[in-house]
Write a protein that binds this ligand. Structure first.
Ligand SMILES: *[C@@H]1O[C@H](CO)[C@@H](O)[C@H](O)[C@H]1NC(C)=O
Ligand SMILES: *[C@@H]1O[C@H](CO)[C@@H](O)[C@H](O)[C@H]1NC(C)=O
Ligand SMILES: *[C@@H]1O[C@H](CO)[C@@H](O)[C@H](O)[C@H]1NC(C)=O
Ligand SMILES: *[C@@H]1O[C@H](CO)[C@@H](O)[C@H](O)[C@H]1NC(C)=O
Ligand SMILES: *[C@@H]1O[C@H](CO)[C@@H](O)[C@H](O)[C@H]1NC(C)=O
Ligand SMILES: *[C@@H]1O[C@H](CO)[C@@H](O)[C@H](O)[C@H]1NC(C)=O
Ligand SMILES: *[C@@H]1O[C@H](CO)[C@@H](O)[C@H](O)[C@H]1NC(C)=O
Ligand SMILES: *[C@@H]1O[C@H](CO)[C@@H](O)[C@H](O)[C@H]1NC(C)=O
Ligand SMILES: *[C@@H]1O[C@H](CO)[C@@H](O)[C@H](O)[C@H]1NC(C)=O
Ligand SMILES: *[C@@H]1O[C@H](CO)[C@@H](O)[C@H](O)[C@H]1NC(C)=O
Ligand SMILES: *[C@@H]1O[C@H](CO)[C@@H](O)[C@H](O)[C@H]1NC(C)=O
Ligand SMILES: *[C@@H]1O[C@H](CO)[C@@H](O)[C@H](O)[C@H]1NC(C)=O
Length: 813
């Protein structure tokens, strides 16, 4: 880090122990400490020994305090560096926002050259006048706070400033032209703010700039030609902005550049040939733009090149090209670049390769033995046409941490030694043609976080028994041929367990509840028997519970009320009896969209230096919106033997989109309260014994697209108004006891006639049953089911959380 080396320089130049700092500076620092403490003393029980400021006390010379560096060469011994990063972070798990006024005393220490107050949850605007005082600053790090407002011009008048870090705040506005005053600036990092517009021309006045990062802002328009004047530039990071233009040929003038990262913009055109003049280029990151043309072979002759990311463009690959690389790559992404034929053999010459992404091409043939021997950290070959078995050699790797081979046609059994690869964190083998048992040795992979074996032909009734302390959070074995009892020995950390579409039988084991953080349990389409597993209500984190199409009997227990985050409950096609518990109407997850849900997708944002490997697992592939879990709140109790009246409390489920209680034995009338389910899009009450008339309140349901009340004993006028006027499919009203209305072109008599006798009506029901079935909204159900089966879908995390998670995940590396 630049700071460390700068500090080291400052220290070697200046630091001689035992000296005394100016009294007014010591007072200022003590004032700062006391301001800082006051935030916490008044607010919570706090432990002052955790701030890292314990040594700051009146009895000592401030040059000897921790986090303080003085210039001991100067007779006054002024304070020149303050390392105040992460003092709040160290303090609590539940961080408190500190206001920027806490910094005020520091602005009296005018001799400061280095000030780092990063990662402190400081909020409010950046104090303008204060920083105007610190004219000697060379290094200023304000990143990872909650500063808002615009960047004060005063910062740009600090003429000695060389390193400026403002990343991860909530700053706004266009970069000020005044930045041009900072003639000594060497590093400018403004990433993850919300800056927009064009990069100001004046940036070219920063002639000493070496590192420029404007990552994750909203800069748009043309590529700033002013940036091309920065001759000293070593690192240019403009990722995640809105730049839309061609990469200019003049890029070749940045002769000192070693990192050029332009990914996730809207760049068009070809990779300019002048790039080959960048003899120091180590990292070229152009992923996820709209670049086109053939990938130039000279890229592989650039001797310094180490990291090449070209995926996600409209680039093409000349499959006849014979490449003799002169570079030694450590990371290579050529995803969706049109590669065909076998995996290119020249890759085997890249002995230090650590990351290889060739997904979404047209590659065929076997998994190359040389690749299995190369000790690559991440191998991503999903969405190709590769065949054959996986060489056991691969799992003797000491480096393999990500293996993604989903959606190929690999076959055969998984090597029994798979558990030897104990660095694997992500193993995705979905939708291949693997057979045989799931190797029990997988349980030895302690760092495994995600295991997706779905859509294969795995069989047998032996399973890896994972350590409860393991990290494994996501398990998908669905759509295989597994049998025996449902395995329950997974990690306590498990968040998603998907075992649907197998041949599991027997009753569920209570040990399932050891997964006390489970959010998503999917066991549909198996042969699970026994009573409804009441113990599931001991897992209050459940958001999705799918037990569809099993052989469960017994009642739906009242304790289901404990599952307050439940958004999807599907127990259809079982043999459940009894009535619907009243408390089902209190399920908060279906009443209001909880926004506190933990979010699965952020776990898959791995920071791999210049490529955020965004393993979106299922949802990106399905092309579904990432909001689906929030959108879909579903309650499906259909095809059971449930009876009794429908509790009016169901009307509380304001967030419910789909309610299906068809094919049961419910009697009584349709509750008036159904008119309160504001979000309802589909309501299926068919094939029950409901009587009375359809409540007029249903016309309040403005989202309603499907209403099926067929095969009941309803009578009277079908309500009019709102969406009810569009419900004109007679099949959805068929086989009742005298419904009328304009929707089905049956005029209502002045005085509605009483229902017909039981006998004749039952006959009629039976008679027309087949016909009604044809009209059943199969398409709709199918689509909900597909969303359900494939949609392990979680809302995108708010930027702040994502950032933090990324930090913590990167600790795994
Ligand atoms: C500046 O960029 C170079 C080249 O990418 C890098 O090695 C160095 O660590 C960066 N310095 C800072 C302070 O970010
Ligand atoms: C306690 O913390 C809140 C913010 O979390 C802050 O607004 C308040 O000023 C603090 N109290 C004191 C006495 O500093
Ligand atoms: C000041 O700090 C030093 C070192 O942490 C400690 O030894 C000393 O007792 C402290 N003095 C007071 C008055 O707190
Ligand atoms: C700037 O420094 C002077 C003298 O040390 C001090 O009086 C003043 O309060 C400082 N300004 C700010 C805004 O802190
Ligand atoms: C900055 O944040 C503070 C506290 O959250 C707020 O009062 C203030 O209005 C914000 N300023 C701007 C410019 O957004
Ligand atoms: C930038 O440099 C130009 C020419 O050297 C000069 O005219 C202009 O005033 C400078 N702008 C700033 C903001 O320093
Ligand atoms: C490029 O970098 C080298 C050493 O890193 C330095 O000596 C030189 O001044 C820099 N500038 C240009 C324009 O080459
Ligand atoms: C590369 O640099 C040489 C001289 O350094 C120059 O003649 C040539 O035009 C440059 N090539 C490109 C493609 O910019
Ligand atoms: C990709 O490039 C081809 C020609 O190479 C062009 O026909 C096609 O429209 C481009 N697609 C996009 C999305 O730009
Ligand atoms: C899977 O393997 C079986 C033979 O083991 C073969 O019949 C079948 O065609 C394969 N399926 C695919 C999609 O390759
Ligand atoms: C499913 O398991 C049952 C026994 O529980 C067995 O009789 C049946 O053959 C299995 N079906 C398949 C497709 O494996
Ligand atoms: C259930 O858990 C208990 C205690 O942890 C353990 O002894 C038992 O073997 C487990 N049973 C199954 C089927 O996993």
């Amino acid at each position: 880090m630049a700071k460390l080396s700068l500090l080291a320089t400052l220290l070697t130049v200046f630091f001689i122990p035992s000296s005394c700092c100016p009294d007014e500076q010591r007072q200022a620092l003590l004032q700062f400490k006391s301001n800082f403490y006051s935030f916490f003393i008044s607010n919570s029980s706090f432990d002052s020994s955790t701030f890292g400021l314990e040594s700051w006390n009146s009895s000592l010379d401030c040059c000897a305090w921790e986090r303080v560096v003085c210039n001991t060469r100067s007779p006054l011994k002024p304070v020149i560096a303050l390392n105040l990063d992460s003092i709040v972070l160290m303090q609590s798990s539940e961080p408190m926002l500190v206001t920027s006024s806490v910094l005020t005393p520091l602005f009296r220490v005018k001799s400061l050259m280095l000030l780092d107050i990063s990662s402190n949850y400081i909020q409010d605007g950046i104090p303008r006048k204060g920083f105007a005082n610190l004219t000697k600053l060379v290094y200023l790090d304000l990143s990872q706070n909650s500063f808002n407002g615009s960047i004060p011009l005063e910062l740009f008048r600090l003429s000695f400033l060389r390193y400026l870090y403002l990343s991860s705040n909530s700053l706004e506005g266009v970069l000020s032209p005044e930045v041009g005053y900072l003639q000594n600036l060497r590093t400018l990092r403004l990433d993850e703010n919300f800056l927009g517009g064009d990069i100001p021309r004046e940036i070219e006045n920063l002639t000493k700039l070496q590192n420029l990062s404007l990552r994750h802002n909203e800069f748009s328009g043309g590529f700033p030609s002013s940036v091309l004047q920065l001759k000293e530039l070593e690192e240019l990071d403009l990722r995640e902005n809105l730049f839309s233009m061609q990469i200019p040929g003049e890029i070749g003038k940045l002769s000192n550049i070693s990192t050029l990262a332009l990914g996730k913009n809207k760049l068009t055109g070809v990779i300019p040939t002048s790039v080959q003049n960048l003899s120091k280029l180590e990292t070229l990151e152009l992923e996820n733009n709209m670049l086109s043309g053939e990938i130039p072979s000279w890229l592989f002759h650039m001797k310094a090149l180490k990291n090449l990311f070209l995926g996600g463009n409209n680039l093409t690959w000349n499959n006849n090209l014979k490449i003799v690389p002169e570079c030694m790559l450590s990371k290579l992404s050529l995803k969706s670049c049109g590669l065909a034929g076998t995996i290119p053999e020249w890759i085997s010459t890249q002995k230090s390769l650590d990351f290889l992404d060739l997904s979404n091409n047209k590659l065929e043939g076997f998994f190359p033995p040389w690749l299995a021997e190369m000790e690559v950290g991440s191998i991503i070959l999903s969405d190709n046409k590769l065949t054959g078995t996986i060489p056991p050699r691969l799992f003797r790797s000491l480096s393999l941490s990500v293996l993604a081979l989903s959606r190929n046609t690999f076959s055969g059994e998984l090597p029994a030694n798979i558990g030897d690869a104990n660095e694997i964190m992500i193993l995705m083998l979905a939708e291949n043609n693997f057979t045989g048992p799931i190797p029990t040795s997988i349980a030895n992979i302690y760092r495994l976080l995600l295991l997706d074996l779905s859509g294969n032909r795995f069989s047998g009734n032996t399973f890896p028994a994972f350590d409860p302390e393991a990290l494994l959070a996501f398990v998908d074995f669905s759509s295989n041929e597994l049998s025996g009892e449902v395995p329950v020995t997974f990690s306590r950390e498990t968040k998603i367990l998907a075992l649907g579409k197998n041949n599991f039988s027997g009753s569920l084991h209570k040990n399932l509840t050891t997964m006390s953080q489970l959010e998503h349990l999917d066991l549909h389409d198996n042969h699970i028997s026994g009573e409804f597993p009441e113990f599931l209500s001991e897992i209050p984190t459940l958001q999705v519970l799918n037990l569809r199409n099993n052989s469960l009997n017994g009642f739906i227990p009242d304790t289901i009320y404990n599952l307050s985050y439940l958004q999807i409950l599907d127990v259809s096609s079982n043999s459940l009896v009894g009535s619907i518990p009243e408390v089902l109407g209190d399920l908060i997850g279906m009443t209001e969209t909880p926004n506190t849900l933990s979010s699965v997708s952020d776990v898959f944002t791995f920071s791999i230096e210049f490529n955020d490997l965004l393993v979106n697992w299922k949802n990106s592939i399905q092309g579904l919106s990432s909001h689906s879990l929030v959108i879909y709140s579903l309650l499906d109790l259909s095809k059971n033997q449930l009876s009794g009246e429908i509790p009016a409390s169901l009307g509380h489920l304001k967030d419910l989109k789909v309610l299906n209680i068809s094919n049961n034995k419910f009697s009584g009338s349709i509750p008036e309260s159904f008119g309160n389910m504001d979000s309802l899009e589909s309501l299926d009450l068919s094939h029950n014994e409901l009587s009375g008339s359809i409540p007029q309140s249903l016309s309040k349901l403005l989202q309603l697209g499907t209403l099926d009340v067929s095969n009941n004993k309803l009578w009277g006028q079908i309500p009019v108004g709102g969406q009810m006027n569009t419900m004109n499919d007679p099949n959805f009203f068929a086989n009742n006891s005298g419904l009328c209305g304009m929707q089905i072109r049956v005029p209502c008599p002045e005085e509605p006639s009483p229902p017909k006798t039981q006998d004749s009506e039952r006959k009629e029901t039976w008679f027309l049953w087949e016909g009604a079935w044809i009209g059943f909204p199969i398409g709709f159900f199918l689509s909900v089911l597909i969303i359900f089966l494939t949609g392990y879908l979680v809302p995108a995390p708010p930027p702040n959380r994502r950032r933090q998670r990324r930090r913590s995940i990167s600790n795994f590396y």
